[in-house]
Design a binder for this molecule. Structure first.
Ligand SMILES: C[S@@+](CC[C@H](N)C(=O)[O-])C[C@H]1O[C@@H](n2cnc3c(N)ncnc32)[C@H](O)[C@@H]1O
Length: 451
């Protein structure tokens, strides 16, 4: 069914809200205020709301532009009888307006879920009229391309592919322009990955050479020439073969680990300096090429942590914020680094082995939250699901002077911010960062202090 709709505001998740005969319709690939023709992709008489995708624009917004990635461009795709791949659902919007919409979505989500009215707060990061803005990362251009250092692909008839939104059907890709240049330059879009279920591509430091993690039920079904091809391709450093359950079969070529630069070096107790961390390519590392340094400098601006101080880094990964905290507290201070994934925690363990004042614990935050010791600062950077009440209560009991909450999801952040306010905290600082250009995603860094 095709509807003609005048769409309202952008909502969290990348769709504009419209109404058809009283029913809410979430419309993708539109810009607020536009009148579009949209195909219903998810509907039904009894459904509370429908989903639709824009196939044609009758009255365009001034903020619409030609999508810079052809295969993700809904208008071009539907015009050719195809569907767009997911992953760049804001690409049809000018970059300045993308950031404006993200600020609106963040503000509205915080109000709706968290009951927090940002404009009523005195936050140093707000504009002159109390408005929230989304900060562009340095080095970004208006096209918003070439920032992803990590990309996951499906495999369709041997080619790398991606799925359309809410679909299981893979579309073979000719390129993935959100990925850093090293991914396209490697030539992997012309490689034969028959026998693989998926391929994860990692470009350490945003430069490469690449690490490929190939997931397969049966390594013997992969093309025989893959190892030779990789060894003859200087842009590819390593290939790791894994089972769908995440077990290693073998390193087909290259090293098992990659190296990522740390924004702040780790100085061991005897003065040795480590400027990078060694981690497994499938372990967590921030996906925007400038994210590590930008997140650390944002946290650094907000925190009051000083020499001899104490800090806790929850959801610590391989130790990005732990390294920063260790630098701030110096050798007379203490930092606790908590991470649930064994591989990432082992990477942090190695990184801080020569720092007696840094303790690395491999545990779920909720399991140890009640046992956290008193500290000056808690940094938490949970996955998209957020931190939940138990962890917030544990942090509260540890009695820090400041909490810095790094989040990639406004909805779970809003829920947790509400929880912290109920525990007696107040929001004292807030930055929204455009860490995922051309997508509806955003990152936020928030500072809480005791009321
Ligand atoms: C968004 S990442 C942040 C990692 C790190 N702060 C960084 O910037 O590199 C979230 C991390 O939380 C870890 N994690 C997920 N659930 C967890 C839990 N319940 N307890 C502790 N860590 C968890 C993940 O393995 C991942 O490393």
């Amino acid at each position: 069914m095709i509807l003609t709709l005048t769409v309202g505001p952008m909502s969290h998740g990348g769709h504009c809200v419209a109404r058809h005969e009283g029913r809410v319709v979430f419309v993708r690939h539109a810009v607020p205020g536009e009148t579009v023709r949209a195909v219903v992709t998810d509907g039904g008489e009894k459904a509370r709301f429908w989903r639709a995708d824009t196939i044609d624009v009758l009255e365009p917004s001034d903020h619409r532009r030609r999508h810079p990635w052809k295969q993700a461009d809904a208008l071009r795709a539907y015009n050719h009888g195809q569907v767009p791949v997911g992953g760049a659902d804001y690409g049809h919007i000018t970059d300045v307006h993308q950031r404006r919409l993200k600020a609106h979505v963040f503000r509205d989500t915080l109000q709706r879920i968290g009951g927090i009215d940002i404009s009523a707060l005195d936050l140093p990061e707000l504009g002159p009229e109390g408005e929230l803005t989304t900060r562009q990362l340095p080095g970004a251009d208006a096209s918003g391309m070439h920032w992803r250092t990590r990309v996951s692909f499906g495999v369709v008839e041997g080619s790398l592919g991606m799925k359309p939104h809410r679909s299981h059907d893979l579309i073979p890709l000719r390129a993935m322009p959100l990925a850093v240049e090293a991914v396209g330059a490697s030539g992997i879009f012309t490689w034969d990955f028959s026998g693989a279920a998926s391929v994860d591509v990692v470009a350490p430091g945003g430069e490469g050479p690449l690490s490929l993690i190939i997931t397969t039920e049966d390594p013997s079904r992969l093309p025989k020439g893959l190892q030779k091809l990789a060894e003859e391709t200087p842009e590819v450093a390593s290939i790791l073969l894994r089972s769908p359950e995440g077990q290693d079969y073998q390193v087909l070529t290259g090293e098992r680990e990659i190296t990522e630069e740390l924004p702040v070096p780790v100085v061991g107790d005897s003065g040795d300096i480590q400027e990078s961390v060694q981690l497994a390519p499938e372990g967590f590392w921030q996906i925007h090429r400038r994210a590590p340094e930008q997140l650390v400098s944002t946290v650094d601006r907000m925190a009051k942590l000083g020499t001899g101080g104490t800090a806790i880094d929850l959801y610590a990964g391989a130790g990005l914020f732990t390294a920063w905290a260790a630098h701030r507290v110096g050798h007379s201070g203490q930092v606790l680094s908590v991470e649930a994934a064994e591989g990432s925690s082992a990477a942090a363990e190695r990184l801080f082995a020569a720092r007696a004042g840094v303790e690395v614990v491999c545990a779920a935050a909720e399991k140890i939250a009640r046992r956290l010791e008193r500290s000056d600062l808690v940094v938490l950077d949970p996955p998209r699901t957020g931190a939940y009440r138990k962890v917030l209560e544990g942090i509260d009991q540890a009695g820090p002077g400041q909490i810095i909450y790094v989040s990639c999801d406004p909805a779970s952040f809003a829920r947790d911010a509400k929880g912290l306010l109920q525990l007696g905290w107040q929001l004292r600082g807030l930055e929204v960062l455009d860490m995922y250009p051309n997508t509806h995603h955003m990152e936020s860094v928030a500072l809480f202090e005791r009321r």
